[in-house]
Design a protein around this ligand. Sequence first.
Ligand SMILES: [Zn+2]
Ligand SMILES: [Zn+2]
Length: 238
Amino acid sequence: MLSFLRTIKNLFLDGLFPRICVSCRKYLTRTQYSTMCDRCFQAIPVHSTFFCSVCKARLPDNTKICHREAQFFLGAVSDYSSKELRDLIHSFKYSFSTEALHPLITLTETYVRHLDFDFTDFIVIPIPLHKTRERSRGFNQSAILGKSLARILNIPFFQDGLQRVANTDPQVRMRDRAAREENVSEAFTVRASLDRFQNKNIILVDDVFTSGATLREAVRVLKSCGAKKVVAFVIAKA
Ligand SMILES: [Zn+2]
Ligand SMILES: [Zn+2]
């Protein structure tokens, strides 16, 4: 009886507020998620390896095969070339849609399973937004993703591990790589006592990896505080 009433209620709400897929804009009926249709969700590719943080090459077997000077592994759930994934991230980031988080979490779980990497002695830290930007957006997307990842891996999450000291311009507006590196240099500081990251293995979470300048700078700061291994973890690499 209850489920019958629930069905009636859902039909009523769907009639009043028809939900459409954030990617193909078709009406959603009986789909797994409330923001994306099953067809679009299944079109999103999920990776199965780490990547070189210098040249973005695939690193099968979780070993460095190209740039040995790379300071960290790049973990990327999927690829920014997927239109469906871009639409999902956009909905999550700019339309304040927390419902878009659920499919992102499922993709992340699949990726972590494919990776088959032992994360048990790692901690998770998000790339912080500057306070002003976080206030205007209402949330830090990297912190939400990081918290979900920590839950999936069952390891600790430190929301305030890093702090953003400079209110940098959005990286997408920067014209070239040099400008991006310049824009984020000295952008981060470690919040707590310096020995907090001594000999720690850290997963640093951001939403998208493009030039990598932001993550490289954050890794530099963490390593200068004695961090051991660092894995940068993003939903999409460009
Ligand atoms: Zn769709
Ligand atoms: Zn490489």
